[in-house]
Design a protein around this ligand. Structure first.
Ligand code: SF4
Length: 700
C-alpha cells in the first residue's frame, strides 16, 4: 500500500543507498511525481550519487508504458487489455510446451528484481512452465566471483563483512572496479586506507578511483588489459619468496597450499613485469604492504572477473588473501563488489540455471526434496540444471532450443555479449514477451510487452552487496494500467494450471521464500518484514530462532571441514589473440551518469545531457598515429562487428587500450564488439578484452 512517504533504497546499484521518497501532492501534478532525499544508513551515510538523486524522474516519465502492447504484422504495436495479453501468452506457452517440450520455453531474469520476484520467477519456470531454461543477467555480473567464492570458502556472499569494516583498514587493494563512478558514496569507506597511503588500485585506466591514490593516497598499478591473473600470481610469488605467508593461519584454516608455490614459480616479478607492464618494484611494494598491514582487504570487481579466466583470476585474489591470513579475521578480508541492485539476492533464490532457493544446487537430491516439499510438488517433477545465459541465448530459435522467451528486468540486446548474434536469435523466436517499465531496445523486438511497476511503487526486499536484506517500500501508486510482476506471474501460473500456489502479495511470497531457503547456504528463515521494519540488521545466513551474520568465516569456512580451499590456478589461452596486426585492446565499463544498459538513466535529462553518447577513450599517441582528433567520430571494428563512438583523447589510458562505455543503443552499442566466449566454470562471457581496430570516420 503506497503511503505517500517511504523510507526505501535506491533503484540502481548494489550499495542500495538509503533514501526517502515523497510522492508529490495531487495539486503539484503534472510535475515531478516524487522527491528524493538521502537517508542515513551505514553504507551511504546520507549520501547519494547523481543517479540516486535524479531517480524520481523515472517515476513520472512520459515514456512509462501503461498498457500491454501487442506487435502488429507491420511491426507497430497495439494497446491491448491485460486479459487479452495474458490469455494469449498462456496459450502460446501451452502450445509450445505441447509441441516442442517444456524446454522450448525460456525465462531470462534480472539482477534488479526484488528477492520476491526472483524467487517467484524461479518457481514459475520450474513449476508452472516445467522448464530448466532459466538464467539471468547476473551471469554477466557476479558469476565468476561467485564460482570462486564457492570453491574457496564454500559459500558466495559478495562482501562477507559489513562495508563499514573497511573504514578501519589501512590497506585496501581494489582490482578492476571503478567505485568512484559506479557507487560514489562507497569511497567514503576507503578514506582510512587512503589517509594511511594504503589505497592500491589496479586498473588499465587512470579511473576516478585510481585518481584517489594520487598525492600520497596509495598506488595505481596500470596493467595490460587481461593480465590480472598473471599480476596476482606475481604477488603470490613474492609473498611466498619473501616469507610473508601467515603460516599459522594457512596451517589452521586452509587446505591446498602445498601445490601453490610450484604453480607460481615461473612468475617472478621481472617476468610479471614483462607480461603486465607493471614494474617489479611496484609488485614487491604491494605485496609487502598487504603483508605488513594491520588491516588489509582485497576487493575484486568486474574488470578482473569478466574474462574467460575470471573464476581463476578471482581465485588467485582469494589465494593471495588466504596466504596473508586475511579472510575471517574480523579486521581484514577478501570481498567482491556486487554491481546490480539485487545482484546478490537475485542469485540466491532460483533465477540461476543451476540453483534452487537458499543458494541450493538443483542437482542435490536433498535440496530438491526440501524445495519440492515447500512447493507441494513431486521432487521428480522438478527439471534439472539449465543453460547459463550465453548458451541459453545461443539456443534461441535453434532446433531443440528455446522458442518462446520471457524477459524480466533485462535489456538483452544492449547488455549481452555479441549482441548482433543475440538479436538474430530473438528474431528466430516464436514468441518474445518483455516485462519492463519502458519501451527498451529489447521490448521493441517483442511480440508482447507488459508494463510493470518501479521501485518506489512496490513492496519487497533487496539484498545488498554486503548480504544485508533490506526493505523496499512503496511511496506512491503505480500509473493506471501498470501491474506488478508478482501479479503477472500468478495470473500466468493460474492460466497454466500450475500445480502449486503463486501469491501476488510480496509479504506472502517472502514468507514462502523463508521456508524454501531454510537450511540452505543463504538461509533467510529468521528474517521477517516486521523485523526489517523495526530496523533489524538482517545479514544472511539468518536461521530461524537465531541472529543474522554480519561477518562470515570468523570461526570456520562453509566447507564441511570448516577449512578454506587454496586452489592453484594458471593462466589459460585468451579468448582471441590480442595485439596482432596492429590491433588495440578494447575494454568496456560504466560511467558515473549511467547504469547498465542505460534503459533508465538515458531517460533522465540531467544524466543523459551529461553523457549523451558513447565517448571512447584513446591515448593521445594512439590517436595521433591513427589520425583521430579529440571529439571526432570513430569506428571500432572487431571480429563480431562494428560500432561507432566519439573519440575522447586522454592520457588516462594505456597506449594499447581503448575504453568504450556499454550503456548506449544502436550503432554505439559496445557489445556489438564483445565476445560470447565464456569462462568454463562460471559461464561468464569475455566482456573485458577484445582485439579492436579503430579508425576515424566522418561526422555522423
Ligand atoms: Fe544509487 Fe548506487 Fe548511486 Fe547509491 S551509489 S545512489 S545505490 S546508484
Amino acid at each position: 500500500m503506497a503511503s505517500g512517504v517511504a523510507d526505501t533504497h535506491c533503484p540502481y546499484c548494489a550499495l542500495q543507498c538509503a533514501m526517502t521518497v515523497t510522492a508529490a501532492p495531487e495539486a503539484a501534478l503534472p510535475g515531478p511525481a516524487a522527491t528524493i532525499a538521502g537517508r542515513f544508513f551505514p553504507t551511504n551515510r546520507g549520501g547519494l550519487c547523481k543517479k540516486g538523486w535524479t531517480s524520481a524522474e523515472l517515476l513520472g516519465s512520459a515514456e512509462r508504458l501503461t498498457s500491454p502492447l501487442r506487435r502488429r504484422a507491420d511491426g507497430g504495436f497495439d494497446e491491448i487489455s491485460w486479459h487479452e495479453a495474458l490469455d494469449e501468452i498462456a496459450e502460446k506457452l501451452r502450445r509450445s510446451r505441447a509441441e516442442h517440450g517444456a524446454d522450448s520455453v525460456g525465462v531470462f531474469g534480472g539482477g534488479g528484481l526484488t528477492n520476491e520476484k526472483s524467487y517467484l520467477l524461479g518457481k514459475f519456470a520450474r513449476v508452472a512452465l516445467g522448464t530448466s531454461r532459466i538464467d539471468y543477467n547476473g551471469r554477466y555480473c557476479m558469476s565468476s566471483a561467485a564460482a570462486a567464492g564457492n570453491r574457496a570458502f564454500g559459500v558466495d556472499r559478495g562482501l562477507p563483512f559489513p562495508v563499514t569494516d573497511l573504514d578501519d583498514a589501512d590497506t585496501i587493494l581494489i582490482l578492476g572496479s571503478n567505485v568512484a563512478e559506479t557507487m560514489p558514496p562507497f569511497i567514503g569507506h576507503l578514506e582510512g586506507a587512503r589517509a594511511a597511503g594504503g589505497l592500491i588500485v589496479v586498473d588499465p585506466r587512470v579511473s576516478a578511483t585510481a585518481r584517489l591514490t594520487h598525492d600520497g593516497g596509495g598506488m595505481h598499478l596500470q596493467p595490460t588489459p587481461g593480465s590480472d591473473l598473471v599480476l596476482l600470481l606475481g604477488l603470490i610469488h613474492i609473498v611466498i619468496a619473501e616469507g610473508l605467508v601467515d603460516e599459522k593461519y594457512v596451517a589452521e584454516r586452509t587446505v591446498g597450499a602445498a601445490g601453490l608455490a610450484r604453480s607460481v614459480s615461473q612468475w617472478w616479478p621481472e617476468r610479471v613485469q614483462e607480461h603486465t607492464g607493471v614494474p617489479a618494484w611496484e609488485l614487491r611494494s604491494v605485496a609487502r604492504r598487504l603483508a605488513a598491514s594491520n588491516g588489509s582487504y582485497i576487493l575484486t570487481g568486474r574488470g578482473v572477473e569478466q574474462h574467460v579466466d575470471g573464476t581463476d583470476t578471482a581465485t588467485a585474489a582469494i589465494n593471495l588473501a588466504l596466504l596473508l591470513g586475511l579472510p575471517g579475521t574480523g579486521r581484514s578480508g577478501y570481498g567482491t563488489l556486487t554491481g546490480q541492485g539485487n545482484g546478490q539476492g537475485g542469485r540466491e533464490h532460483g533465477q540461476k540455471a543451476d540453483q534452487l532457493p537458499g543458494y541450493r544446487k538443483i542437482t542435490d537430491p536433498e535440496a530438491r526434496a526440501h524445495v519440492a516439499r515447500v512447493w507441494g510438488i513431486d521432487p521428480d517433477s522438478l527439471p534439472g540444471a539449465g543453460l547459463p545465459a550465453v548458451q541459453l541465448l545461443a539456443s534461441l530459435g535453434q532446433p531443440d532450443g528455446v522458442r518462446c522467451l520471457l524477459v524480466h528486468g533485462s535489456n538483452l540486446v544492449i547488455s549481452s555479449p555479441d549482441v548482433a548474434a543475440v538479436r538474430a536469435g530473438i528474431e528466430r523466436l516464436d514468441l518474445l514477451v518483455v516485462c519492463d517499465f519502458f519501451f527498451t531496445e529489447t521490448a521493441s523486438l517483442a511480440d508482447l510487452v507488459l508494463p510493470v511497476t518501479q521501485w518506489a511503487e512496490e513492496e519487497g526486499t533487496m539484498t545488498s552487496l554486503e548480504g544485508r536484506v533490506l526493505r523496499r517500500r512503496a511511496a506512491l501508486a503505480p500509473p493506471n494500467g501498470v501491474r506488478d510482476e508478482l501479479w503477472i506471474l500468478s495470473e500466468l501460473a493460474r492460466r497454466l494450471e500450475a500445480p502449486s500456489t503463486f501469491s501476488d502479495r510480496p509479504e506472502e511470497v517472502f514468507e514462502e521464500l523463508r521456508l524454501a531457503s531454510e537450511g540452505g547456504l543463504a538461509d533467510y528463515s529468521g528474517i521477517s518484514y516486521e523485523a526489517l521494519d523495526r530496523g533489524e540488521e538482517a545479514y544472511w545466513p539468518y536461521p530461524r530462532g537465531s541472529a543474522g551474520t554480519p561477518r562470515l568465516f570468523l570461526d570456520r569456512f562453509a566447507h564441511p571441514d570448516g577449512l578454506a580451499r587454496i586452489v592453484p590456478v594458471r593462466p589459460s589461452a585468451k579468448a582471441e589473440p590480442l595485439h596482432q596486426g596492429g590491433a588495440l585492446t578494447l575494454i568496456t565499463g560504466r560511467l558515473l551518469e549511467h547504469y547498465q544498459s542505460g534503459a533508465q538513466t538515458r531517460r533522465v535529462d540531467e544524466l543523459q545531457s551529461a553523457q549523451p553518447e558513447a565517448r571512447v577513450q584513446l591515448h593521445p599517441a594512439t590517436a595521433s598515429r591513427l589520425g583521430i582528433e579529440d571529439g571526432g567520430w570513430i569506428e571500432l571494428e572487431t571480429a563480431r562487428g562494428t560500432a561507432r563512438g566519439r573519440a575522447a583523447v586522454t592520457g588516462d589510458i594505456r597506449q594499447d587500450t581503448v575504453f568504450m562505455p556499454f550503456h548506449f543503443p544502436g550503432d554505439q552499442t559496445a557489445n556489438l564488439l564483445t565476445l560470447s566466449a565464456t569462462d568454463p566454470i562460471s559461464g561468464m562471457p569475455e566482456f573485458k578484452t577484445a582485439a579492436v581496430h579503430v579508425r576515424p570516420i566522418p561526422e555522423a
